[in-house]
Ligand binder design. Structure first.
Ligand code: ADP
Ligand code: MG
Length: 439
Protein backbone atom coordinates (compact mmCIF):
# COMPACT_ATOMS: atom_id res chain seq x y z
CA UNK A 1 0.00 0.00 0.00
CA UNK A 2 2.79 2.45 0.86
CA UNK A 3 4.35 1.74 -2.52
CA UNK A 4 1.12 2.71 -4.20
CA UNK A 5 0.80 5.85 -2.13
CA UNK A 6 4.37 6.82 -2.99
CA UNK A 7 3.76 6.13 -6.68
CA UNK A 8 0.52 8.11 -6.69
CA UNK A 9 2.34 11.07 -5.12
CA UNK A 10 4.91 10.91 -7.89
CA UNK A 11 2.27 10.68 -10.62
CA UNK A 12 0.59 13.69 -9.09
CA UNK A 13 3.70 15.81 -9.14
CA UNK A 14 4.23 14.95 -12.82
CA UNK A 15 0.65 15.96 -13.52
CA UNK A 16 1.23 19.22 -11.74
CA UNK A 17 4.11 19.94 -14.10
CA UNK A 18 2.03 19.10 -17.17
CA UNK A 19 -1.29 20.74 -16.46
CA UNK A 20 -2.42 24.32 -16.25
CA UNK A 21 -2.33 25.31 -12.56
CA UNK A 22 -6.06 25.93 -12.41
CA UNK A 23 -6.93 22.57 -13.93
CA UNK A 24 -4.58 20.80 -11.58
CA UNK A 25 -5.94 22.62 -8.57
CA UNK A 26 -9.58 22.01 -9.45
CA UNK A 27 -9.17 18.36 -10.22
CA UNK A 28 -6.32 16.93 -8.21
CA UNK A 29 -5.89 18.96 -5.06
CA UNK A 30 -8.28 16.79 -3.06
CA UNK A 31 -7.28 13.50 -4.62
CA UNK A 32 -4.66 12.32 -2.18
CA UNK A 33 -5.03 8.92 -0.64
CA UNK A 34 -4.86 5.39 -1.90
CA UNK A 35 -7.62 3.69 0.08
CA UNK A 36 -7.21 0.14 -1.09
CA UNK A 37 -4.95 -2.03 -3.22
CA UNK A 38 -6.18 -5.11 -5.04
CA UNK A 39 -4.85 -7.03 -8.05
CA UNK A 40 -2.20 -4.43 -8.77
CA UNK A 41 -4.76 -1.65 -8.82
CA UNK A 42 -4.55 1.24 -6.39
CA UNK A 43 -7.97 2.70 -5.59
CA UNK A 44 -7.54 6.40 -4.99
CA UNK A 45 -10.23 8.19 -3.04
CA UNK A 46 -11.93 11.16 -4.72
CA UNK A 47 -14.12 13.78 -3.06
CA UNK A 48 -17.12 13.71 -5.43
CA UNK A 49 -18.73 12.16 -8.49
CA UNK A 50 -17.72 14.86 -10.96
CA UNK A 51 -14.04 14.50 -10.14
CA UNK A 52 -14.37 10.73 -10.23
CA UNK A 53 -15.82 10.97 -13.70
CA UNK A 54 -13.20 13.40 -14.93
CA UNK A 55 -10.41 11.15 -13.66
CA UNK A 56 -11.81 7.85 -14.89
CA UNK A 57 -12.80 9.17 -18.29
CA UNK A 58 -10.66 12.13 -19.24
CA UNK A 59 -7.35 11.91 -17.41
CA UNK A 60 -7.12 8.15 -17.13
CA UNK A 61 -4.90 7.50 -20.16
CA UNK A 62 -2.43 10.13 -19.17
CA UNK A 63 -2.34 8.80 -15.62
CA UNK A 64 -1.77 5.29 -16.90
CA UNK A 65 1.09 6.39 -19.13
CA UNK A 66 2.78 8.25 -16.29
CA UNK A 67 2.31 5.31 -13.92
CA UNK A 68 3.86 2.96 -16.40
CA UNK A 69 6.73 5.31 -17.05
CA UNK A 70 7.51 5.89 -13.40
CA UNK A 71 7.03 2.37 -12.04
CA UNK A 72 7.75 0.24 -15.07
CA UNK A 73 5.34 -2.30 -13.60
CA UNK A 74 1.90 -3.47 -14.49
CA UNK A 75 0.17 -1.23 -12.02
CA UNK A 76 -2.80 1.03 -12.48
CA UNK A 77 -4.98 3.44 -10.57
CA UNK A 78 -8.72 3.75 -10.37
CA UNK A 79 -10.72 6.51 -8.74
CA UNK A 80 -13.52 5.79 -6.32
CA UNK A 81 -15.61 7.48 -3.67
CA UNK A 82 -14.82 6.64 -0.10
CA UNK A 83 -18.20 4.91 0.27
CA UNK A 84 -17.27 2.53 -2.54
CA UNK A 85 -14.04 1.52 -0.84
CA UNK A 86 -15.96 0.37 2.17
CA UNK A 87 -17.85 -2.19 0.15
CA UNK A 88 -15.83 -5.34 -0.09
CA UNK A 89 -16.18 -5.69 -3.85
CA UNK A 90 -15.86 -2.94 -6.40
CA UNK A 91 -17.85 -4.58 -9.17
CA UNK A 92 -16.93 -2.52 -12.20
CA UNK A 93 -13.23 -2.90 -11.71
CA UNK A 94 -12.96 -6.37 -10.27
CA UNK A 95 -12.40 -8.00 -13.62
CA UNK A 96 -9.22 -6.12 -14.48
CA UNK A 97 -6.40 -8.52 -15.16
CA UNK A 98 -2.90 -8.23 -16.46
CA UNK A 99 -3.54 -8.79 -20.16
CA UNK A 100 -4.28 -5.11 -20.85
CA UNK A 101 -7.74 -5.78 -22.19
CA UNK A 102 -10.28 -3.11 -21.41
CA UNK A 103 -12.84 -4.82 -19.15
CA UNK A 104 -15.60 -2.53 -20.47
CA UNK A 105 -15.26 -4.01 -23.95
CA UNK A 106 -17.62 -6.92 -23.52
CA UNK A 107 -20.27 -8.58 -25.67
CA UNK A 108 -22.99 -7.22 -23.45
CA UNK A 109 -21.85 -3.63 -23.92
CA UNK A 110 -21.68 -4.03 -27.72
CA UNK A 111 -24.83 -2.83 -29.49
CA UNK A 112 -25.82 -5.11 -32.34
CA UNK A 113 -27.52 -3.91 -35.53
CA UNK A 114 -27.51 -4.56 -39.26
CA UNK A 115 -24.03 -3.08 -39.62
CA UNK A 116 -22.31 -5.57 -37.35
CA UNK A 117 -24.63 -8.53 -36.75
CA UNK A 118 -22.63 -11.08 -38.70
CA UNK A 119 -19.37 -9.93 -37.16
CA UNK A 120 -20.92 -10.12 -33.71
CA UNK A 121 -22.37 -13.60 -34.13
CA UNK A 122 -19.10 -14.89 -35.50
CA UNK A 123 -17.17 -13.28 -32.66
CA UNK A 124 -19.39 -15.02 -30.10
CA UNK A 125 -18.74 -18.38 -31.71
CA UNK A 126 -14.99 -17.78 -31.78
CA UNK A 127 -15.09 -16.83 -28.10
CA UNK A 128 -16.91 -20.06 -27.29
CA UNK A 129 -14.59 -22.25 -29.32
CA UNK A 130 -11.22 -20.55 -29.61
CA UNK A 131 -8.90 -22.16 -32.14
CA UNK A 132 -11.64 -24.38 -33.50
CA UNK A 133 -14.47 -22.43 -35.10
CA UNK A 134 -12.45 -20.30 -37.55
CA UNK A 135 -8.80 -19.34 -37.61
CA UNK A 136 -7.82 -16.58 -38.09
CA UNK A 137 -10.83 -14.36 -37.54
CA UNK A 138 -10.23 -11.22 -39.57
CA UNK A 139 -12.40 -8.22 -38.60
CA UNK A 140 -12.29 -5.19 -40.85
CA UNK A 141 -14.05 -1.86 -41.24
CA UNK A 142 -13.69 1.91 -41.03
CA UNK A 143 -12.42 3.92 -38.11
CA UNK A 144 -14.25 4.00 -34.81
CA UNK A 145 -16.79 1.33 -35.72
CA UNK A 146 -16.09 -1.12 -32.92
CA UNK A 147 -13.37 -3.45 -34.22
CA UNK A 148 -11.20 -3.15 -31.12
CA UNK A 149 -14.25 -3.41 -28.88
CA UNK A 150 -15.43 -6.62 -30.52
CA UNK A 151 -11.97 -8.16 -30.57
CA UNK A 152 -11.43 -7.43 -26.90
CA UNK A 153 -14.91 -8.73 -26.08
CA UNK A 154 -13.77 -12.09 -27.43
CA UNK A 155 -10.62 -11.85 -25.33
CA UNK A 156 -12.49 -10.94 -22.16
CA UNK A 157 -14.95 -13.78 -22.67
CA UNK A 158 -12.20 -16.33 -23.17
CA UNK A 159 -10.30 -15.20 -20.08
CA UNK A 160 -13.43 -15.19 -17.99
CA UNK A 161 -14.18 -18.77 -18.95
CA UNK A 162 -10.64 -19.96 -18.77
CA UNK A 163 -8.42 -17.69 -16.71
CA UNK A 164 -5.36 -19.84 -17.42
CA UNK A 165 -5.36 -18.92 -21.12
CA UNK A 166 -2.21 -17.12 -22.22
CA UNK A 167 -3.74 -14.30 -24.17
CA UNK A 168 -1.81 -11.49 -25.78
CA UNK A 169 -3.46 -8.35 -27.10
CA UNK A 170 -1.23 -5.99 -29.03
CA UNK A 171 -1.53 -3.10 -31.44
CA UNK A 172 0.32 -4.05 -34.61
CA UNK A 173 2.55 -1.00 -34.38
CA UNK A 174 3.57 -2.02 -30.86
CA UNK A 175 4.44 -5.48 -32.16
CA UNK A 176 6.50 -3.81 -34.88
CA UNK A 177 8.14 -1.61 -32.30
CA UNK A 178 8.88 -4.55 -29.94
CA UNK A 179 10.48 -6.54 -32.73
CA UNK A 180 12.50 -3.65 -34.15
CA UNK A 181 13.77 -2.84 -30.67
CA UNK A 182 14.69 -6.48 -29.98
CA UNK A 183 16.70 -6.77 -33.18
CA UNK A 184 18.30 -3.38 -32.76
CA UNK A 185 19.38 -4.06 -29.17
CA UNK A 186 20.26 -7.62 -30.06
CA UNK A 187 18.00 -8.78 -27.26
CA UNK A 188 15.42 -11.29 -28.40
CA UNK A 189 14.76 -12.73 -24.98
CA UNK A 190 12.07 -10.34 -23.77
CA UNK A 191 10.43 -10.40 -27.18
CA UNK A 192 10.34 -14.17 -27.28
CA UNK A 193 9.00 -14.42 -23.75
CA UNK A 194 6.15 -12.13 -24.60
CA UNK A 195 5.18 -13.84 -27.85
CA UNK A 196 5.95 -17.47 -27.11
CA UNK A 197 3.45 -20.21 -26.25
CA UNK A 198 0.46 -17.97 -26.74
CA UNK A 199 -3.00 -19.56 -26.72
CA UNK A 200 -4.90 -16.58 -28.10
CA UNK A 201 -3.31 -13.73 -30.01
CA UNK A 202 -5.22 -10.53 -30.71
CA UNK A 203 -3.44 -8.20 -33.09
CA UNK A 204 -5.14 -4.87 -33.65
CA UNK A 205 -4.85 -2.63 -36.73
CA UNK A 206 -2.74 -5.03 -38.76
CA UNK A 207 -2.43 -2.43 -41.55
CA UNK A 208 0.21 -0.80 -39.33
CA UNK A 209 2.48 -3.83 -39.56
CA UNK A 210 4.56 -2.27 -42.29
CA UNK A 211 7.64 -4.18 -43.29
CA UNK A 212 10.73 -3.28 -41.30
CA UNK A 213 13.76 -5.45 -40.51
CA UNK A 214 11.90 -8.66 -41.25
CA UNK A 215 8.96 -7.97 -38.94
CA UNK A 216 6.44 -9.51 -41.33
CA UNK A 217 8.60 -12.59 -41.69
CA UNK A 218 8.71 -12.91 -37.91
CA UNK A 219 4.95 -12.48 -37.67
CA UNK A 220 4.47 -15.05 -40.44
CA UNK A 221 6.38 -17.60 -38.35
CA UNK A 222 4.33 -16.86 -35.27
CA UNK A 223 1.12 -17.06 -37.28
CA UNK A 224 1.99 -20.45 -38.78
CA UNK A 225 3.14 -21.84 -35.52
CA UNK A 226 -0.06 -20.81 -33.80
CA UNK A 227 -2.44 -21.97 -36.51
CA UNK A 228 -0.65 -25.33 -36.76
CA UNK A 229 -1.39 -25.81 -33.08
CA UNK A 230 -4.99 -24.64 -33.36
CA UNK A 231 -4.30 -21.55 -31.32
CA UNK A 232 -6.72 -18.72 -32.02
CA UNK A 233 -5.56 -15.64 -33.91
CA UNK A 234 -7.77 -12.61 -34.27
CA UNK A 235 -6.84 -9.73 -36.52
CA UNK A 236 -8.44 -6.35 -37.09
CA UNK A 237 -7.75 -4.09 -40.02
CA UNK A 238 -9.06 -0.98 -41.73
CA UNK A 239 -9.46 -2.89 -45.01
CA UNK A 240 -10.02 -6.35 -46.46
CA UNK A 241 -6.97 -8.63 -46.38
CA UNK A 242 -6.73 -8.58 -50.18
CA UNK A 243 -6.42 -4.78 -50.11
CA UNK A 244 -3.58 -4.57 -47.60
CA UNK A 245 -0.76 -2.49 -48.98
CA UNK A 246 2.89 -3.42 -48.62
CA UNK A 247 2.25 -6.90 -47.23
CA UNK A 248 3.90 -10.15 -48.22
CA UNK A 249 1.47 -12.13 -50.40
CA UNK A 250 1.83 -15.25 -48.35
CA UNK A 251 0.81 -13.33 -45.28
CA UNK A 252 -2.33 -11.84 -46.81
CA UNK A 253 -3.28 -15.21 -48.25
CA UNK A 254 -2.95 -16.73 -44.77
CA UNK A 255 -5.25 -14.02 -43.45
CA UNK A 256 -7.84 -15.12 -45.99
CA UNK A 257 -7.72 -18.75 -44.88
CA UNK A 258 -10.07 -18.17 -41.97
CA UNK A 259 -13.12 -15.96 -42.00
CA UNK A 260 -13.32 -12.26 -42.75
CA UNK A 261 -16.13 -10.24 -41.25
CA UNK A 262 -16.93 -6.65 -41.98
CA UNK A 263 -18.31 -3.91 -39.74
CA UNK A 264 -20.18 -1.10 -41.49
CA UNK A 265 -21.48 2.26 -40.36
CA UNK A 266 -24.40 2.05 -37.94
CA UNK A 267 -27.81 3.29 -39.07
CA UNK A 268 -29.78 5.90 -37.13
CA UNK A 269 -31.63 3.45 -34.89
CA UNK A 270 -28.42 1.72 -33.99
CA UNK A 271 -26.73 5.02 -33.19
CA UNK A 272 -29.62 5.87 -30.90
CA UNK A 273 -29.28 2.48 -29.21
CA UNK A 274 -25.56 3.01 -28.77
CA UNK A 275 -26.14 6.36 -27.06
CA UNK A 276 -28.72 4.79 -24.77
CA UNK A 277 -26.37 1.99 -23.88
CA UNK A 278 -23.53 4.38 -23.09
CA UNK A 279 -25.88 6.41 -20.90
CA UNK A 280 -26.92 3.30 -19.04
CA UNK A 281 -23.28 2.43 -18.46
CA UNK A 282 -22.37 5.85 -17.13
CA UNK A 283 -24.32 5.40 -13.91
CA UNK A 284 -27.72 5.66 -15.52
CA UNK A 285 -27.50 9.22 -16.79
CA UNK A 286 -30.63 10.41 -18.52
CA UNK A 287 -31.00 12.48 -21.67
CA UNK A 288 -34.24 13.55 -23.32
CA UNK A 289 -35.07 11.77 -26.55
CA UNK A 290 -34.77 14.96 -28.60
CA UNK A 291 -31.18 15.42 -27.43
CA UNK A 292 -30.34 11.80 -28.15
CA UNK A 293 -31.81 12.16 -31.63
CA UNK A 294 -29.90 15.38 -32.22
CA UNK A 295 -26.59 13.72 -31.36
CA UNK A 296 -27.39 10.56 -33.33
CA UNK A 297 -28.31 12.56 -36.43
CA UNK A 298 -25.25 14.79 -36.22
CA UNK A 299 -22.60 12.08 -35.88
CA UNK A 300 -23.20 9.44 -38.46
CA UNK A 301 -20.08 7.64 -39.42
CA UNK A 302 -17.92 6.95 -36.42
CA UNK A 303 -19.03 5.57 -33.06
CA UNK A 304 -16.00 7.00 -31.27
CA UNK A 305 -17.05 10.48 -32.41
CA UNK A 306 -20.63 9.76 -31.42
CA UNK A 307 -19.48 8.77 -27.95
CA UNK A 308 -17.19 11.80 -27.74
CA UNK A 309 -20.14 14.06 -28.59
CA UNK A 310 -22.31 12.42 -25.95
CA UNK A 311 -19.62 12.79 -23.28
CA UNK A 312 -19.20 16.39 -24.20
CA UNK A 313 -22.88 17.12 -23.69
CA UNK A 314 -22.88 15.35 -20.33
CA UNK A 315 -19.74 17.07 -19.18
CA UNK A 316 -21.15 20.45 -20.21
CA UNK A 317 -24.23 19.83 -18.13
CA UNK A 318 -22.12 18.62 -15.19
CA UNK A 319 -19.93 21.66 -15.33
CA UNK A 320 -22.93 23.99 -15.39
CA UNK A 321 -24.57 21.83 -12.79
CA UNK A 322 -27.91 21.54 -14.60
CA UNK A 323 -29.67 18.87 -16.55
CA UNK A 324 -28.89 18.95 -20.25
CA UNK A 325 -31.24 20.70 -22.66
CA UNK A 326 -31.36 20.62 -26.42
CA UNK A 327 -30.01 24.14 -26.73
CA UNK A 328 -27.15 23.30 -24.40
CA UNK A 329 -26.38 20.24 -26.52
CA UNK A 330 -26.32 22.46 -29.61
CA UNK A 331 -23.88 24.81 -27.89
CA UNK A 332 -21.70 21.98 -26.66
CA UNK A 333 -21.48 20.38 -30.09
CA UNK A 334 -21.35 23.43 -32.28
CA UNK A 335 -17.60 23.40 -32.85
CA UNK A 336 -17.56 19.70 -33.59
CA UNK A 337 -20.36 19.93 -36.10
CA UNK A 338 -18.79 22.95 -37.74
CA UNK A 339 -15.52 21.09 -38.03
CA UNK A 340 -17.28 18.34 -39.93
CA UNK A 341 -18.49 20.79 -42.58
CA UNK A 342 -15.99 21.49 -45.34
CA UNK A 343 -14.79 25.05 -45.66
CA UNK A 344 -14.44 26.69 -49.09
CA UNK A 345 -12.54 24.55 -51.49
CA UNK A 346 -10.92 22.19 -49.01
CA UNK A 347 -13.53 19.50 -48.77
CA UNK A 348 -11.54 16.80 -47.06
CA UNK A 349 -9.62 18.22 -44.18
CA UNK A 350 -12.07 16.74 -41.68
CA UNK A 351 -11.06 13.29 -42.88
CA UNK A 352 -7.53 14.11 -41.81
CA UNK A 353 -8.73 15.12 -38.37
CA UNK A 354 -10.61 11.90 -37.87
CA UNK A 355 -7.77 9.78 -39.23
CA UNK A 356 -5.37 11.47 -36.81
CA UNK A 357 -7.81 11.13 -33.92
CA UNK A 358 -8.27 7.48 -34.66
CA UNK A 359 -4.58 6.77 -34.96
CA UNK A 360 -3.96 8.20 -31.51
CA UNK A 361 -7.12 6.75 -30.00
CA UNK A 362 -8.58 10.11 -29.14
CA UNK A 363 -11.52 12.01 -30.63
CA UNK A 364 -11.71 14.95 -33.01
CA UNK A 365 -13.04 16.91 -30.03
CA UNK A 366 -9.76 16.29 -28.25
CA UNK A 367 -7.84 17.69 -31.21
CA UNK A 368 -10.07 20.75 -31.34
CA UNK A 369 -9.94 21.21 -27.58
CA UNK A 370 -7.45 22.96 -25.38
CA UNK A 371 -6.19 20.23 -23.08
CA UNK A 372 -2.44 20.28 -22.70
CA UNK A 373 -2.14 16.60 -21.94
CA UNK A 374 0.66 15.18 -24.02
CA UNK A 375 -1.60 12.55 -25.56
CA UNK A 376 -3.63 15.38 -27.15
CA UNK A 377 -0.84 17.83 -27.88
CA UNK A 378 1.14 15.70 -30.33
CA UNK A 379 -1.90 14.75 -32.45
CA UNK A 380 -3.01 18.40 -32.36
CA UNK A 381 0.39 19.53 -33.65
CA UNK A 382 0.27 16.87 -36.34
CA UNK A 383 -3.15 18.17 -37.36
CA UNK A 384 -1.77 21.71 -37.64
CA UNK A 385 1.16 20.49 -39.71
CA UNK A 386 -0.98 18.43 -42.08
CA UNK A 387 -3.64 21.10 -42.58
CA UNK A 388 -0.93 23.61 -43.37
CA UNK A 389 1.40 21.58 -45.54
CA UNK A 390 -0.90 19.12 -47.21
CA UNK A 391 -4.22 20.94 -47.34
CA UNK A 392 -2.53 24.30 -47.90
CA UNK A 393 -4.76 26.05 -45.42
CA UNK A 394 -3.72 29.41 -44.03
CA UNK A 395 -2.77 29.70 -40.37
CA UNK A 396 -5.81 31.85 -39.72
CA UNK A 397 -8.08 29.21 -41.28
CA UNK A 398 -6.45 26.47 -39.23
CA UNK A 399 -6.75 28.59 -36.11
CA UNK A 400 -10.46 28.84 -36.76
CA UNK A 401 -10.89 25.14 -37.42
CA UNK A 402 -8.98 24.29 -34.27
CA UNK A 403 -11.38 26.24 -32.19
CA UNK A 404 -9.95 29.74 -32.32
CA UNK A 405 -6.38 29.16 -31.34
CA UNK A 406 -4.27 32.09 -32.42
CA UNK A 407 -2.15 31.84 -35.51
CA UNK A 408 1.24 31.88 -33.73
CA UNK A 409 0.16 28.76 -31.84
CA UNK A 410 -0.45 27.14 -35.19
CA UNK A 411 2.92 28.25 -36.56
CA UNK A 412 4.71 26.93 -33.49
CA UNK A 413 2.91 23.61 -33.71
CA UNK A 414 3.89 23.21 -37.37
CA UNK A 415 7.48 24.12 -36.59
CA UNK A 416 7.65 21.56 -33.78
CA UNK A 417 6.61 18.81 -36.17
CA UNK A 418 8.98 19.89 -38.97
CA UNK A 419 11.89 19.88 -36.53
CA UNK A 420 10.93 16.56 -35.07
CA UNK A 421 10.61 15.04 -38.55
CA UNK A 422 14.30 15.57 -39.18
CA UNK A 423 15.23 12.90 -36.67
CA UNK A 424 12.12 10.96 -35.75
CA UNK A 425 11.51 8.11 -38.16
CA UNK A 426 8.38 6.86 -36.32
CA UNK A 427 6.73 10.23 -36.69
CA UNK A 428 7.51 10.25 -40.37
CA UNK A 429 5.87 6.86 -40.78
CA UNK A 430 2.86 8.04 -38.77
CA UNK A 431 2.37 11.10 -40.97
CA UNK A 432 2.82 9.11 -44.19
CA UNK A 433 0.21 6.65 -42.95
CA UNK A 434 -2.23 9.44 -42.12
CA UNK A 435 -1.79 11.02 -45.54
CA UNK A 436 -2.24 7.70 -47.28
CA UNK A 437 -5.51 7.17 -45.46
CA UNK A 438 -6.83 10.62 -46.30
CA UNK A 439 -6.59 10.13 -50.02
P1 ADP B 1 -12.28 0.76 -34.03
O1 ADP B 1 -11.33 -0.19 -33.36
O2 ADP B 1 -13.11 0.13 -35.10
O3 ADP B 1 -11.62 2.02 -34.52
P2 ADP B 1 -13.37 0.94 -31.37
O4 ADP B 1 -13.63 -0.50 -31.09
O5 ADP B 1 -12.20 1.56 -30.72
O6 ADP B 1 -13.33 1.22 -32.93
O7 ADP B 1 -14.71 1.74 -30.99
C1 ADP B 1 -14.70 3.13 -30.74
C2 ADP B 1 -15.63 3.41 -29.59
O8 ADP B 1 -16.96 3.18 -30.00
C3 ADP B 1 -15.40 2.51 -28.39
O9 ADP B 1 -15.56 3.26 -27.23
C4 ADP B 1 -16.48 1.46 -28.50
O10 ADP B 1 -16.89 1.00 -27.23
C5 ADP B 1 -17.58 2.21 -29.18
N1 ADP B 1 -18.39 1.34 -30.05
C6 ADP B 1 -18.18 1.04 -31.35
N2 ADP B 1 -19.12 0.22 -31.82
C7 ADP B 1 -19.97 -0.02 -30.78
C8 ADP B 1 -21.14 -0.80 -30.64
N3 ADP B 1 -21.67 -1.50 -31.66
N4 ADP B 1 -21.74 -0.81 -29.43
C9 ADP B 1 -21.24 -0.10 -28.39
N5 ADP B 1 -20.14 0.64 -28.48
C10 ADP B 1 -19.50 0.70 -29.65
MG1 MG C 1 -9.29 0.07 -33.03
Amino acid sequence: MEDFQYLWNQVKSKLQEQLAPQTYEQTFSEVKYVGKVENNIGYVIVPNDLIKKKLNHIFINNIQQLTKKISNKNISFKFVLESEIKQTQIPTYSKLSNNNLNPNYSFSSFVVGESNRFAYLTAEKVAEQPGIFVNPLYIFGGVGLGKTHLMQAIGNYIIENNPETKLVYVQANDYLHDYTKATRDNNMKAFEEKYENIDVFLIDDIQMLTEKNGTQQQFFKLFNDMSNHEKQIIITSDCAASKLNGFMDRLTSRFQMGLSVNINQPDLQQRINIIKKKLEESSNKKLDDDIILYIAESFTDNVRELEGALNRVILYADLYNTSPTLSMARDALEVLIKAKKPIDDNPNYEDALSVIANMYNITVADILGNSRLSKFVLPRHIAMYILKNHYNLKCTQIAKILNNKDHTTILNGCKKISNELETNEDLKIAIDTILKKCR
